[in-house]
Design a protein around this ligand. Sequence first.
Ligand code: PHE
Ligand code: CO
Length: 296
Amino acid sequence: MTEPRRVEHQMTDKGYVPVYTTAVIAQPWSQYSAADHAVWGQLFRRQREILRDRACPEFLASIDALGMGDAQIPKFDDINRLLLEATGWKLIAVEGLLPELTFFEHLAAREFPVTWWIRRADQIDYIAEPDLFHDLFGHVPLLMNPVFADYMQAYGAGGVRASTFGNEPLANLTRLYWYTVEFGLINTPQGLRIYGAGILSSKGESIHCLESEVPNRIGFDVQRVMQTRYRIDSFQKTYFVIDGFEQLFQATVDPDFGPIYYRMKGAEPIPAATVLDSDRVFQRGSGTGWSNDGDV
Ligand code: PHE
Ligand code: CO
């Protein structure tokens, strides 16, 4: 087999350009250096501590159930034995970002792509693209939850379908993924908790999303979310709060999105900062320090 590549973005005179790859490889576990394991350990300890009263209980329980610890980078084969038994999901090792349709197809087959390589020590606090820590620590524990596991598969199948409808439905679905799977909050009897992987793998945003007065926190509504622009270069201006994974499932998996996409066709997307009269507001953000441009 050829050596696995470490596929990262490229800087060109036009700026940052993402690079896509479709190869599915075997996790080259014996090739991780002592420095790689140390980066995992440092990130794991730090996030485990920060997330103790901030992550949803399902996430924290699954970190333990999967045997993840700070001693070394987990072996995907070990995770897979537990994950397959729990929900039928399976990790596959990849070299970097996948093209959208390829990603959807894997999810629809209950395969979660995990980048095999981990960030360098000088990237501990921020890396522009997903690495092993984000993918494995952030995304994989919730795949142990049966309802969330089914949501992720349905999302993949919905993505394959949306790609036959054109660019606007795809943009709608991407926003849904962003505001749920990557940056979602969940309401619990103990208060708001994090379930989005983009937050769970970030020290700064784990604190900001729950404790800061700056962002909006708004009740989840599927159409509202599918119309809302987001940020990729800063903390989110708005977080959407679900009442539980069952609510998320019922709002997204049950309805046929065909007519919804049709109704939303041509509608002007809502800026990331906006609070609507119809929103269920947990917190109206102060907006301090926000820049006006840069919504995706
Ligand atoms: N129900 C959606 C459709 O009809 C599919 C979907 C499921 C989308 C889950 C997102 C999340 O296309
Ligand atoms: Co992610």
